[in-house]
Design a protein around this ligand. Structure first.
Ligand code: NAD
Ligand code: DAU
Length: 343
């Protein structure tokens, strides 16, 4: 089986590739990744000499770069992870989000059709549904109501991909997962940012009142769900993925402080994210009933192991935080006593 994975040098895409290479012997993986700030060759270092794996340096928004890969030989499945994925970045500049998340997805799905790829899986997000109040869950039939340029670009891609199914009968499936955590997550996202700041003696910028709620799922559970949908999902269908694990950001921060044995005053309230979605929570009954998927990693175990992973992989995250990422971080928050490079 030949699988094209896009965005495979990022957090979830690299986990997908590790999962496939570790569990399926008869597989060929072509990883199409533009190696943006979020992509990291170190994420798949242990696999780079595996004859079943190859990285192609190409951007999904550039047809001239992608078409030669398609024309090399039959591809059985495309899984599109490639995206600009960080909400905060999208608030200040949405254009790269449209270029990759919308145009890139459309170019890919069109090429998949032209080259008769039997199945296209779009990795989408629960953020396309917008924000919930204190009650209720997002189901696959909840209206699309995105609030940030990031989530609006992902919703646009979902609609284009569903249009390929409705117009051409193309075999596509879409997944919408809740917040992921685990190893190799880029330290601009809440959990790895707080863990690595904690290990460096820096403060934890908690947005607003800290009561925004996310529904956390371990990345290994997400990739298992994606593989179920890739193999057995019905064409033209959307599958929500989530672990029934709602936590407020303050709860997450306090759990991390407990694991890291830090006082809670490391948590520093900062001004809120613009347009900050209040609550996400996923109804995952459909994937459980139709495909038998369930999450396996408990929050307590997953969070402890994640903290340990960052303790054990200091060179991985320090390389990121000392470079371009630091510039971005300081532009966002400015140097503070604890956050300044000299501290
Ligand atoms: P990430 O930012 O860690 O990685 C994105 C990867 O895509 C990087 O390797 C980057 O180099 C690559 N990329 C970016 N633009 C590209 C382009 N034009 N062409 C080719 N490659 C490009 O992202 P992630 O957190 O791993 O998310 C992966 C996907 O999962 C995204 O589509 C995201 O919307 C979705 N998702 C993420 C979460 C989450 O909690 N992180 C939850 C649900 C869905
Ligand atoms: O729900 C799925 C989405 O989860 C994915 O589609 C996105 O790609 C992914 O980035 C993530 O989006 P969030 O905005 O929910 O994740 P983030 O880690 O940026 O923030 C999680 C919560 O923590 C959110 O309520 C904002 C808050 N936060 C975040 C950061 C980075 C803080 O309070 N302080 C911070 O420094």
């Amino acid at each position: 089986m030949r699988v094209m994975i896009t965005g495979g040098l990022g957090f979830i895409g690299s986990q997908m590739i590790r999962f496939l290479l570790d569990t399926i012997s008869d597989i060929q993986i072509i990883n199409v990744d533009a190696l943006t700030y979020a992509g990291n060759l170190a994420n798949l270092q242990d696999y780079e000499h595996d004859p079943r794996y190859r990285w192609v340096h190409a951007a999904i928004g550039d047809k001239a770069q992608i078409e030669p890969v398609m024309s090399e030989g039959a591809i059985d499945l495309i899984m599109n992870f490639a995206a600009e994925s960080h909400v905060d970045r999208s608030i200040y500049s949405g254009a790269p989000f449209v270029a990759t998340n919308v145009l890139g997805a459309e170019i890919l799905v069109e090429l998949a059709r032209a080259y008769r790829v039997p199945r296209f899986l779009q990795v989408s997000t629960d953020e396309v549904y917008g924000s919930l109040g204190t009650e209720g869950l997002f189901s696959e039939t909840s209206p699309l109501n995105p609030n940030s340029p990031y989530s609006a670009s992902k919703a646009a891609a979902d609609l284009l991909i569903l249009a390929a199914f409705r117009t051409h009968g193309q075999d596509v499936v879409i997944t919408r997962c809740s917040n992921n955590y685990g190893p190799y997550q880029f330290p601009e996202k809440l959990i790895p940012l707080f863990i690595t700041n904690g290990l460096e003696g820096r403060s934890w910028p908690l947005y607003g009142d800290g009561q925004n709620v996310r529904d956390w799922l371990h990345v290994t559970d997400h990739v298992r769900a994606l593989w179920e949908v890739a193999q057995h999902g019905k064409p033209g269908q959307v599958y929500n993925i989530g672990g029934h694990n709602e936590k407020s950001n303050r709860e997450v921060a306090e759990s991390l402080a407990d694991i890291l044995q830090l006082p809670y005053d490391v948590i520093t309230p900062v001004p809120d994210r613009l347009g900050h979605d209040r609550r996400y929570a996923i109804d995952a009954q459909k994937i459980t009933k139709e495909l038998g998927w369930q999450s396996q990693t408990t929050w307590e175990q997953g969070l402890r192991e994640t903290v340990q992973w960052y303790r054990d992989h200091e060179s991985w995250w320090k390389a990121i935080k000392s470079g371009a990422y630091r510039e971005y971080y300081e532009k966002q928050y400015g140097p503070s006593r604890k956050d300044s490079p000299e501290a």
